[in-house]
Every structure is written in structure tokens, then in C-alpha cells.
Design a protein around this ligand. Structure first.
Ligand code: PEP
Ligand code: MG
Length: 544
């Protein structure tokens, strides 16, 4: 097995046989020509042919990759008409009394070197365009055209380099992917590959072409830019699995993006996504989540050496809210402690950290930390549709104290004339059996519940979620857990609150129907599970 690494320009995976793309070798000789006028006439005729070809390529590109991307071939036509380019060809023919092919090749070399030496990476990438039009012009003189792409089906095209026009002439129904030894991710070749949805890796290095033969097996990973030649069985199995998952995801996207989360009998449910930081927002949007059901804000505290300032937090919360353009964003306040340790908090070691000083217990004991976060959240609330929820609740008095602190923060903001939204939804996580059992008392105090099944399961079944030895004892479908969720749902609705689930069980498709029958209003899952959950919901019939 050989492994090469380059730049993946379109995220997809292909596995198949290699077809090495051989360009027509044109050995340009310099010959003395007495009749330079006749030579200039040959250039003119070749240009005419090249124009016809480029217009055909433009039409194909227009159909396949749209106007913006097709414009590159209009630019190629303009380049063919460029005065500097044409003057250079004419000058070389006339001043040196040489053949047109030589004059074009020399002009191409000079212009290509000029573009390649420019600072700007966009301009550097234009070198490939000059070479493309010059090769076409020479081909039009010699044999009336430029080589077409290989005609074998289901192959991975491997080439030293591909020009934009060679790329657009590839029959995307026939080829699986392409890999080039050279090229930049800014090149039109890369841009076209991206828009033609062809898995492609470029710039894998000059040794590549010498290391492969027609018919070799290759696995191309357009996500990572890796190319495996004759992959061993382990690598092949891993990449096949990645391909299967990718295809499933794309199929789901095609089928379900933009569709409603509605059962066959017309019951609607919100499907939101869980995130740990702003980096995940792209995946939330791509997977068409209706909102963010859990933003684990403690990640802001974990990745650093000191407390994040109010302003730093505000900027992160604002970014999430703005990126979600008015869709619901539920941010959970700090849930540090237990498995999430941070030195600068100066927390003592504990015998039973999961049952220890964590989450809301820290916030209520050290209100200055809590208030800083609340101020950042309230200030950010004007930028979107914010919900705030509190973790690890066990009692009414805790919630009363939290609401008092929220009021204190609002009063402070009022005094300073700092704006915040009047419509922030306030919720609590149902993560302890205590909270579920007294959910009738808690529900009237909040807008929503969000069930954290990871902790609810650990506390109900007395199974440390960090201990792998306990897995056989930790039945995530345990009736006790189900009953606590059902009780919480009943009490939430009785008091006009809504209820969601944001622990891992929300994505367990074998429970989706049961949760809907309990009246769960929202399921918040990892972004990559949003569409699978939508698919499951759309196949449920609660009338049966
Ligand atoms: C949970 O406990 O289910 C939950 C969502 O919170 P975390 O996993 O962050 O503890
Ligand atoms: Mg939890």
C-alpha cells in the first residue's frame, strides 16, 4: 500500500481502479520560417478553432456547474484575445522568424512564470489558465483539437495536472474521482471539481505519477486529502465504512433537508442540535436543525488557564445567536466539576465527584462566577432567540435562588441602561431523580424542562457514567428512567411548560416513538443525528 497526501477539494470518498490521464505529448521544435505572414495566418486560424471549442466547453460548463463557474471559459476566450499575449506571439514569430508553435509555447512559458511569481495566490493560480489556452492553441494547429478525457467507466483519473478545460470535459457520470500530482486549491480545476461534486485530491506530489499504473486500486478521501494506492484490507475496510456513512448522510440530506419533523398522524416535534462550541454551528446549519437545544457552555471554561471574561463570553454567545438567525438557542450555564476539572477553579479533590461539588452547586456558592456568565448571556440575548437552562437541579429552593440571582443581574443591567431581551426562556435540566419526582413543583417556575438522560440514568441506576465496568448494569432503557421522564413530561404540560430531551437517549431511534407518546416536545441530538431523527419521526404513526 502507498499513501499520498494532498488537498481534498471536494468532500467525498471514492474507491476504484486508476486510469492514468495521458496528455498528448507535444514536442515543440523551434524551426526557421521565412514566410512569417503565413505563420501569423496559421495562428489566426487556430485561434478561430480554439474559440469554437471554448464556446462548446463554456456551454457544457454552464449546464453542469452554472454561470459563475462557467465564466472561467469566457475568461479563457478573453485571454486568447489579450493584446499582450498576442503581441508576444507575433513579436517572437516576426523578430526571430520562427514557427508559431514555438512562439506560442515560449509566450506561454513567460506568462506562466510571471503569474506563478506573483504574491497573490489567486494570481498565481492563473498560471494554469494561460497554459490551458496555449496548449489548446497549439493543439488546434497540429491536430485540430485537444485530448478528451478517458472514456473508461468508473475510474479514478490520476494526472500530473489537469487544466480547467480538461476538468470540465470529464464525464462526471463516468469517473469516480480525480487525483493530481500538482495544482493548488485556488485553481479553477479545484473550483470546478468542487462544483461538479467530484471527489478530488490535488497536489499529492511529483512522485505520485511514477508510483501508479493503470488498473491499480485506489481509495481517495476528499475530506482528508489522503490517497491510498492498493490499500490493505484494514485501510480499505475503514474507508469503505466512511464512504457508507457519507453516502447515507448525503442521501438523508437530499431526502429530508427542509422537511418538517412531523409524524404520519400530524404530530410535530422540534429537533434541535447539541453543540460544544461555535465550531459546531456549521454542522448544525448543514444538518438543518431547528435550533440549538444544548450549548454546553463549560467548554468556554475548560480550554483555558483562567476564567473567561464577561466580554469574551458575550462575544461567543452573540456569535451563536447571530449565526442561528432567530432560531432557538438554549445555552446551559456552567456545568463544571465531576469529570470536567479545571485547575483555576481551585476545587478540592472529592471522594465521589459525580455526587460532589459541581454545576449549579458551584454557581450558587460562588455567585460572582455565575453572575458574570448571566450578564454575558442577558446582554447577548438581544441578538437572537435565547433560552437559558440550569444543570443538576435537585430542589425548589435552588431554583428560587437561581431566579433571584437572575433578577439581581437584570436590575444591575437596568441601572446601567444595558439592553437585554424580555423574551428569554428559562429552563432547568432534569438530570436527577429528585428533580423528576418534584417536577410538579418545579414546572410552574420555568418555561421548559430539558431531560439530561446521561446524568439522569447515572443517578437513577447508581451507575457512574465514567466507569466502563458498569456498562452491563447500566440499562439505558430502564423502566425507572422512562417513568421519571414520563412524569416530568406530564408535570411540565400540566403547568404550561414544554419538555425536551438533550441527553444521548434523544438520538436513540428505538425510543423515539415512546418519547413522542409521552408528549416530548423537543429532541436535541448531535448535529449528525438530526436528519436520522427526522426520518424516524416522519415514519411514526401515533394513531396505531
Ligand atoms: C446529560 O446529562 O444528559 C447532559 C445532556 O449533560 P452532560 O452530558 O453534559 O452532563
Ligand atoms: Mg448532565
Amino acid at each position: 500500500m502507498l499513501r499520498f497526501s494532498g488537498k481534498g477539494v471536494y468532500g467525498a470518498i471514492a474507491i476504484g481502479k486508476i486510469s492514468v490521464f495521458k496528455k498528448q505529448e507535444t514536442h515543440i521544435r523551434r524551426s526557421h520560417i521565412a514566410d512569417t505572414a503565413a505563420e501569423l495566418e496559421r495562428v489566426r486560424a487556430a485561434k478561430e478553432k480554439a474559440f469554437v471549442q471554448l464556446s462548446e466547453i463554456y456551454e457544457k460548463a454552464l449546464r453542469e456547474v452554472g454561470e459563475t463557474n462557467a465564466q472561467i471559459f469566457e475568461i479563457h476566450m478573453m485571454m486568447l484575445e489579450d493584446d499582450d499575449y498576442n503581441d508576444s506571439i507575433r513579436h517572437i514569430i516576426e523578430s526571430q522568424s520562427v514557427n508559431a508553435e514555438y512562439a506560442i509555447a515560449l509566450t506561454s512559458k513567460n506568462f506562466t512564470a510571471m503569474f506563478a511569481s506573483m504574491e497573490d495566490s489567486y494570481m498565481q493560480a492563473r498560471a494554469a489558465d494561460v497554459k490551458d489556452i496555449s496548449d489548446r492553441l497549439i493543439a488546434c494547429m497540429e491536430q485540430g483539437g485537444i485530448s478528451e478525457a478517458p472514456s473508461d467507466d468508473n475510474v479514478i483519473i490520476c494526472a500530473d495536472d489537469l487544466t480547467p478545460s480538461e476538468t470540465v470535459l470529464l464525464d462526471k457520470e463516468k469517473i469516480l474521482a480525480f487525483v493530481t500530482a500538482h495544482g493548488s486549491s485556488n485553481s479553477h480545476t479545484a473550483i470546478l471539481a468542487r462544483n461538479m461534486n467530484i471527489p478530488a485530491v490535488i497536489g499529492v506530489g511529483k512522485e505520485f505519477i511514477q508510483s501508479i499504473r493503470d488498473g491499480d486500486m485506489a481509495a481517495v478521501d476528499g475530506f482528508t486529502g489522503e490517497v491510498f494506492i492498493n490499500p490493505n484490507s484494514k485501510t480499505l475496510a475503514a474507508i469503505e465504512e466512511k464512504q457508507r456513512a457519507d453516502l447515507e448522510k448525503k442521501e438523508l440530506l437530499k431526502k429530508l433537508k427542509g422537511k418538517e419533523n412531523i409524524t404520519l398522524d400530524g404530530t410535530r416535534v422540534n429537533i434541535y442540535a447539541n453543540i460544544g462550541g461555535v465550531d459546531n454551528i456549521g454542522a448544525v446549519i448543514l444538518n438543518d436543525a431547528g435550533g440549538i437545544g444544548l450549548f454546553r457552555s463549560e467548554f468556554l471554561y475548560l480550554e483555558r488557564k483562567d476564567f473567561p471574561t464577561e466580554q469574551e463570553q458575550f462575544e461567543v454567545y452573540r456569535k451563536v445567536l447571530v449565526s442561528m438567525s432567530g432560531k432557538k438557542v438554549i445555552i446551559r450555564t456552567l456545568d463544571i466539576g465531576a469529570d470536567k476539572k479545571v485547575d483555576y477553579f481551585g476545587l478540592d479533590d472529592e471522594e465521589n465527584p459525580a455526587l460532589g461539588f459541581r454545576a449549579i452547586r458551584i454557581c450558587l456558592t460562588r455567585p460572582e462566577i455565575f453572575k458574570t456568565q448571566l450578564r454575558a448571556l442577558f446582554r447577548a440575548s438581544v441578538f437572537g432567540n435565547l433560552g437559558i437552562m440550569f444543570p443538576m437541579i435537585t430542589s425548589v429552593s435552588e431554583l428560587e435562588r437561581i431566579l433571584e440571582i437572575c433578577d439581581e443581574v437584570k436590575t444591575e443591567l437596568d441601572e446601567k441602561n444595558i439592553e437585554y431581551s424580555e423574551n428569554i426562556e428559562i429552563g432547568i435540566m432534569i438530570e436527577t431523580p429528585a428533580a423528576a419526582i418534584i417536577s410538579d413543583r418545579l414546572a410552574p417556575m420555568v418555561d421548559f424542562f430539558s431531560v439530561g438522560t446521561n446524568d439522569l440514568t447515572q443517578y437513577t441506576l447508581a451507575c457512574d457514567r465514567q466507569n466502563p465496568k458498569l456498562e452491563p448494569f447500566c440499562d439505558t432503557h430502564h423502566e425507572a428512567v422512562m417513568k421519571l421522564i414520563e412524569l416530568s413530561a406530564k408535570n411540565a404540560h400540566a403547568h404550561g411548560a414544554w419538555i425536551g430531551i438533550c441527553g444521548e437517549l434523544a438520538a436513540d431511534l428505538s425510543l423515539t416513538e415512546r418519547f413522542l407518546r409521552m408528549g416530548i416536545d423537543e429532541l436535541s441530538v448531535s448535529p449528525s443525528y438530526v436528519l436520522r431523527t427526522r426520518d424516524a419521526v416522519r415514519n411514526i404513526d401515533l394513531r396505531k
